[in-house]
Design a binder for this molecule. Structure first.
Ligand SMILES: C[S@@+](CC[C@H](N)C(=O)[O-])C[C@H]1O[C@@H](n2cnc3c(N)ncnc32)[C@H](O)[C@@H]1O
Length: 412
């Protein structure tokens, strides 16, 4: 049975990245996963009492790792995005009382430096149309605060990470970006500036307090968060796992790099648009900037997964009546090839009887349904998994055909 304290701890840290502003109906932080995902992951983890080693190859904001560690398990998670690896490490670390004190002191010092302008501000990050994101005043404040955090903490310390998590939350609260759609949009003109009485320093202090409340509650288990490509896992991961709980990218052309770029620029994980496009091309389902033009020259290699269903879907999307049908058909083919490469790697990391859960949504192109869950099921069966099932979880939006599934299977 899940204990109340474990649940509370999980919720506090999970919300480092999932905050819903009920007053305005806006999401204060990019929602990488649907809000119910913590609950689903928790149900799967607590439903497998005997699974000691739990793996999530697509870490994102670290939901599975945090949940597994909170429930006393050993978790390992990987992601290709260095910002998400940093964030998940910050979310799953165990913090001592000394670190909490050090962070409080560093926060006071950073605020002092900022208020007295006693520090050279960092340059504005090279985000296109940055003035759409933050007003000149807010940008000025953020540049000073960012420099002050670096000055008040040592590099690679937990105190710096905690302050930077709070900084990310503050910069999103101050921004003009709205999160009520899957992709970001900007607020209407009349909403563009926050009321003047909202003090920027108070916002940062509130976020630091919030982050520290989560940080004092340490997970009892362990989490190891690694930068790795899910298609080349065996180079970096050793041992086997009893349970895999993950939410891979969907074949829906959403770019995580695009959605995360403000944080990545401010924290130095991205230096320019070219680097952003390159990273997006590396990610499964990446489709932003250079990724789209590269797809035009991309061809499937031999020895890939194939099925009658996949062939039909690719052919229907590529229909000459569809303006960009050929490239979108390639997009889906590359997504499937990449997931196949991932599943092939995964088989070497599972203990006998291990159960895997892939939470994934289907998608449509020109009205052609891409049944991602069925394609996963076909791939898993071909690799020798048994008990393969696609369990519907929920509808994704008003489009009745878009559904999220838990694709479940057992290894041998
Ligand atoms: C749907 S998100 C995971 C959401 C996660 N469950 C959470 O709690 O936030 C998919 C993740 O897969 C990562 N990803 C994409 N391609 C990858 C690859 N080749 N190897 C490892 N991670 C990859 C993306 O960076 C993204 O964080």
């Amino acid at each position: 049975m899940r204990s109340f304290t474990a649940q509370t701890r999980l919720r506090q840290r999970a919300e480092y990245t999932h905050r819903f502003n009920a007053a305005t109906g806006r999401h204060g932080w990019i929602r990488l996963t649907p809000s119910y995902s913590v609950k689903i992951v928790e149900e799967i983890v607590t439903g497998h009492d005997r699974a000691q080693r739990i793996f999530d190859p697509f870490c994102g904001t670290g939901t599975t790792a945090l949940c597994a560690a909170t429930h006393g398990r050993e978790s390992v998670t990987t992601d290709l995005n260095p910002f998400l690896v940093w964030l998940a490490r910050a979310k799953t670390a165990r913090y001592s009382a000394e670190v909490i004190d050090e962070t409080r002191n560093a926060c006071a010092h950073a605020i002092d430096l900022t208020l007295h302008r006693a520090i050279e501000p960092v340059p504005a990050p090279p985000i296109a149309n940055i003035e759409r994101w933050w007003s000149a005043d807010d940008l000025d404040f953020l540049r000073l605060l960012r420099a002050a955090i670096d000055h008040a903490t040592h590099s690679d310390t937990e105190a710096r990470s905690l302050l930077l998590v709070a900084f990310c939350r503050a910069l999103m609260r101050l921004s003009n970006a709205a999160f009520n759609h899957q992709s970001m949009s900007f607020k209407d003109d009349e909403q563009l500036t926050l009321p003047l009485e909202i003090d920027k320093v108070a916002i940062f202090e509130t976020e630091v307090r919030f982050v520290l409340r989560g940080a004092v509650e340490n997970p009892v288990g362990s989490a190891s968060v690694m930068l790795a490509d899910a298609r080349k896992l065996r180079q970096q991961i050793s041992g086997t796992f009893d349970l895999v709980v993950t939410s891979p990218p969907y074949a829906n052309r959403m770019s995580y790099i695009r959605e995360l770029r403000p944080y990545m620029y401010w924290l130095g994980f991205l230096s320019d648009g070219r680097a952003a496009g390159e990273l997006d091309w590396q990610t499964i389902g990446g489709t932003w900037g250079v990724a789209t033009s590269r797809l035009a020259n991309w061809e499937r290699s031999e020895r890939q997964f194939n099925s009658a269903q996949l062939t039909r879907v690719l052919r229907e999307i590529a229909h000459p009546d569809h303006k960009n049908g050929m490239i979108l058909s390639k997009y889906v083919a590359k997504y499937i090839d990449d997931m196949w490469a991932h599943f092939c790697e995964l088989t070497g990391l599972l203990s006998a009887g291990a159960e895997i859960h892939y939470i994934v949504g289907n998608s449509t192109f020109y009205g052609v349904l891409v049944p991602t869950e069925h394609l996963f099921a076909e791939m898993l069966a071909e690799l020798g998994f048994s008990h393969v099932e696609c369990r519907p979880i929920r509808k994704r939006n008003s489009n009745k055909s878009l559904i999220e599934f838990d694709v479940v299977a057992r290894w041998k």
